[in-house]
Design a protein around this ligand. Structure first.
Ligand code: HEC
Ligand code: HEC
Ligand code: HEC
Ligand code: HEC
Ligand code: HEC
Length: 487
């Protein structure tokens, strides 16, 4: 373990020690202590003072580069995201308003502690609320309570927000960041606090683990996947792949070396090309060319990340001296967690295979979506299936109690898929294999976008009258000859 991480682990900030009195760490404690976690079911805490949060535009005046990079990022979109707003609306209808706090605690935390959010929708909210995971969320995080949570794991926003403190001369803003503060850091606007936490995955962990709001069953566990991977043991953190350019991310993944300080960027770029695509549509409709270009570059970056994540290998399997199966090995080359990760019961990754004989006739084909975006019933999706307590298929996070299957690929691991075929040995076949990815099943996307609250007009904002066939990205595309005469 590096000295830096060790320091981050040891830097149990005073705030958490002060608050920690009310829970007995070590005992099984599956019920949330609502005195300790007043915003439950979200586990965020607010170290309240007279110092207020600020909207990103204010920070952007002195930090224009970070502002530009963060703009149109998934963190900037986390609250406005229409797919999120649709599901939030459904959650409130199904469970009641209380569950909204769990969601908002990660999708717009500052607005939750300030009591601004009353439900789904965007009307009448401040720029701070709209800004989702904004500058002043991350840079007010003074420490985390990962060990005090019911499950003793980071989950559901288990960090402490300390935007500032009271002093004799009035409130002072405190911003936590990577540097040892120099004279004049923050000018007259804020004090700077060196925070080893900001250099590690533990900063991201509290939000990138979504646990069931009541039972605390892990529904999304990107941090744990990372923690149990060779990346964690080699000191490669979330920031090293998601807060850098594509080439730098590849270097982090391949060489297991951390980027230099000046290489970090506020992109938070992952896989969600669909949201960047929608954001570009909205920006163009509003006549904001700069925002459209920004969203477009993030779209290309997300596609680039997906296309660098995996590889496929194709091999023939013989039985009784005949070709019996095609084996497709899908490798997770560069995702620092399972592939796919996070919302794995919604995301879709699958293999499309087409084999042709020497006459060019198709002898086998599988995994092709039809014109309406529907996949064949028998497609093997590399993702997960959630289920409710009666073992019935379920998608919504308040319903999912366990998983019927978890078929994702661990970091630096692989999965072998077999496709039955029958051919005499030596009758050559050309096999085309594609590893494909999309954000959701067509019907699921249509359902969620159909549930957006009344003040989000998809036509007025995005210019879409009905949900288009969802775009698919080919992560890998390969053509190989197998079963040749000399094989
Ligand atoms: C612990 C933090 C956390 C909580 C709590 C949380 N989310 Fe999320 N949510 C995330 C993260 C992180 C992602 C991104 C995952 C990914 O891209 O795969 C996400 C993604 C989503 C998406 C997909 C958006 C898209 O554009 O594809 C939806 C929908 C969503 N959340 C809805 C909800 C709802 C509704 C709730 C409350 C019931 C909720 N979330 C609670 C962190 C959280
Ligand atoms: C999701 C959390 C997150 C958000 C949101 C965020 N930052 Fe950061 N920021 C970080 C991390 C992590 C680092 C440290 C990166 C490193 O190791 O250099 C950082 C570093 C910085 C630094 C130090 C210089 C640098 O770029 O490394 C500044 C200044 C900064 N952020 C300002 C901002 C501003 C302004 C915004 C909003 C426009 C913002 N941040 C949004 C996490 C965040
Ligand atoms: C009046 C100008 C000004 C404003 C407004 C401002 N900052 Fe800064 N900030 C600075 C200066 C100057 C530094 C010194 C280092 C640098 O230039 O990045 C700094 C440094 C930082 C650092 C690095 C601290 C460290 O120790 O690593 C972070 C993080 C940061 N600012 C976040 C923010 C956030 C978040 C906001 C909005 C709430 C904000 N700043 C608003 C001037 C400002
Ligand atoms: C306050 C909660 C919070 C923190 C802290 C946070 N995130 Fe996120 N992050 C989210 C939410 C919410 C989303 C999803 C927004 C959506 O899909 O609507 C997200 C989305 C992302 C995505 C985009 C995923 C995709 O599908 O493209 C990446 C990458 C990401 N976060 C990386 C990070 C990293 C790296 C850190 C730590 C430096 C971090 N996050 C810290 C809440 C958070
Ligand atoms: C070694 C590089 C690497 C590291 C380290 C890494 N990631 Fe990723 N991440 C990727 C790649 C590549 C993708 C795109 C493929 C995919 O979706 O998994 C991705 C995708 C994601 C997504 C979007 C998943 C989806 O399909 O919607 C989220 C969210 C995310 N990462 C969060 C994190 C968090 C949080 C951490 C730290 C705990 C982290 N990542 C560490 C490389 C990395």
């Amino acid at each position: 373990m590096s000295k830096k991480i060790l320091r981050a682990l040891l830097s149990l900030c005073t705030a958490s020690l002060v608050f920690a009195g009310s829970v007995s760490a070590g005992e099984p404690h599956m019920k949330t202590d609502t005195d300790f976690y007043p915003y439950s079911p979200s586990l965020i805490k607010w170290d309240k003072s007279k110092a207020d949060f600020n909207a990103p535009e204010t920070c952007g005046e002195c930090h224009p580069d970070q502002y530009e990079e963060w703009t149109a990022s998934m963190h900037a979109l986390a609250f406005k995201d229409p797919v999120y707003q649709g599901e939030l609306n459904a959650a409130i209808k199904a469970v009641g308003h209380d569950i909204a706090k769990q969601c908002e605690g990660c999708h717009t935390p500052a607005a939750v502690v300030k009591g601004e959010i009353k439900g789904a929708g965007l009307t009448g909210l401040t720029p701070l609320a709209m800004a989702g995971v904004s500058c002043d969320v991350c840079h007010s995080i003074s420490c985390h309570t990962h060990w005090q949570t019911p499950y003793h794991q980071p989950e559901n926003g288990s960090f402490i927000l300390s935007p500032g403190k009271n002093t004799e001369d009035g409130p002072v803003l405190t911003k936590y960041g990577p540097f040892t503060p120099e004279e004049g850091c923050g000018e007259d606007f804020h004090e700077c606090v060196e925070s080893p936490l900001h250099l590690t995955s533990e900063l991201c962990a509290s939000c990138h683990q979504v646990f069931h709001y009541k039972t605390h069953t892990p529904l999304e566990a990107t941090y744990m996947e990372w923690k149990n991977s060779p990346y964690a043991s080699n000191d490669i953190h979330c920031q090293d792949c998601h807060m850098v350019e594509l080439d730098t991310f590849k270097r982090s993944a391949d060489e297991m070396t951390r980027p230099k300080r000046e290489e970090y960027r506020h992109y938070f770029n992952g896989a969600n090309f669909l949201l960047y695509y929608l954001t570009e549509l909205a920006a163009k409709k509003a006549g904001d060319e700069a925002l459209a270009a920004n969203a477009h570059s993030k779209f290309e970056m997300a596609v680039g990340r997906l296309q660098a994540a995996a590889d496929v290998e194709v091999a023939p399997v013989y039985r009784d001296n005949k070709l019996a199966e095609i084996k497709v090995r899908v490798k997770n080359l560069r995702a620092g967690h399972n592939l796919p990760t996070s919302l794995t019961n919604v995301r879709q990754m699958w293999v499309e295979v087409t084999a042709k004989n020497s006459k060019g006739e198709i002898v086998m084909t599988t995994g092709t979506a039809d014109a309406k975006g529907k996949l064949p019933e028998n497609v093997r999706l590399l993702n997960s299936d959630g289920q409710n307590e009666n073992f019935h298929f379920a998608i919504d996070p308040w319903e999912v109690q366990s998983f019927a299957k978890h078929d994702t690929i661990p970091p630096k691991g692989y999965k072998d898929l077999y496709y039955g075929i029958s051919a005499e040995k030596g009758d050559p076949l050309s096999v085309e294999v594609k590893l494909r990815y999309r954000q959701a099943d067509q019907k699921v996307a249509e359902k969620l976008l159909g549930l957006v609250p009344d003040d989000i007009h998809l036509d007025a904002i995005y210019g879409i009258k009905e949900v288009p066939i969802l775009p698919v990205v080919d992560m890998v595309s390969k053509s190989v000859m197998i079963n040749k005469a000399d094989s």
